[in-house]
Design a protein around this ligand. Structure first.
Ligand code: ZN
Length: 222
């Protein structure tokens, strides 16, 4: 009675009982931020990571990287305060607590520079290939996925800072917790991310212009 056709274009499967999507598209929406969003892989991000690393190397003396790292430490300290407050019995959003735990875990497992580089690379990718992202939520979801992926180097072994033990788990996070983490990260690094993406775009345009000028000059030879 209550199932209908999945609303993802071209799907045709029946929806879950009360949902708008079939189970495949529903789980993709939870996992990737949109029913039609495909995962951004490490390989997808890699060329943009290289560009970010080259940009940082070119501007090594600029204090902005250290300032960014300080922003990351402040974000982690805020997350730690949220966890401590909840442990002290203070009420608050469950998803905020989950987000805070995830950030603290990330900080315990990954260098601040790696978090910054991957975040900036996501902004470059989004600027260069906007159609890779179906929505703002799916961009945010993929950003958090890639950051969590940074600690997967040991086949998904996490160091739990609370217990000091490592655990083999890549737990899927509640979408609401993912959006909270993304909002924190974007607040800390988003402005610079957009600026770095703009720099890359300007350089690409200038390169293309030089090629066009050259071709035009060649065409005018008589
Ligand atoms: Zn479907």
């Amino acid at each position: 009675m209550t199932t209908r056709t999945c609303r993802a274009p071209g799907c045709g499967a029946r929806t879950t009982r009360y949902g708008r999507f079939c189970s495949t598209h529903k789980s993709r929406s939870r996992r990737h931020g949109h029913p039609e969003q495909r995962a951004i892989t490490k390989a997808d991000l890699n060329p943009f990571l290289k560009l970010v690393q080259a940009r940082i190397a070119k501007n090594r003396a600029n204090p902005v990287w250290a300032l960014c790292e300080a922003r990351w430490h402040a974000l982690v300290a805020d997350a730690q305060r949220i966890i401590t407050a909840r442990q002290g019995g203070q009420a608050g959003s469950r998803y905020e607590r989950i987000a805070a735990q995830e950030v603290v875990k990330l900080a315990a497992n990954v260098e601040p520079l790696a978090v910054m580089e991957s975040t900036f690379a996501m902004f470059l990718l989004e600027d260069h290939q906007p159609r890779r992202f179906r929505s703002d939520a799916s961009f945010r979801s993929q950003l958090v996925r890639r950051l969590r992926g940074l600690s997967e180097v040991n086949a998904g072994v996490w160091l739990n800072p609370a217990t000091g033990r490592s655990k083999r788990a890549y737990r899927e996070l509640a979408p609401r917790a993912v959006m909270i983490i993304a909002a924190w990260i974007i607040e800390a690094f988003g402005g610079l991310g957009i600026h770095l993406a703009k720099l890359e775009q300007e350089e690409r345009t200038a390169r293309q212009q030089r090629i066009n000028d050259y071709s035009a000059a060649v065409a005018q030879l008589s």
